[in-house]
Design a protein. Sequence first.
Length: 121
Amino acid sequence: MKHGTRLYWILTGLMAAYMLMASIPDMLRIPQAVDLFRHLGYPSYLLPFLGAAKTLAVIAIVALGVRGLKEWAYAGLIFDLIGALYSHIAVRDPPSAWIFPVIGLLLVTGSYLVYRKQLGH
């Protein structure tokens, strides 16, 4: 296995686990997720939708042979994480609350950059 391939799967595996750990509580509407969503000013009925969208994005990224869909999945996760970061800043949460979307952004961006490099772009 090439170094780039190994790096891709390590970053992608970490990103997939991280994003799934964020999406499952949303889909299940766990009270802490509902409370956080309300704190950010969003209606809780969006939680299952966003959780399912994040889960489907992770599946598309991990699946082999779905190149075009993979690009959209990466974009969707980036939009979700930027939105989460912006929301925390907008409600004046301390930087300790920002760390979770920042970690997600780093993992998704890292996975995407290695993916694109492997494609030769």
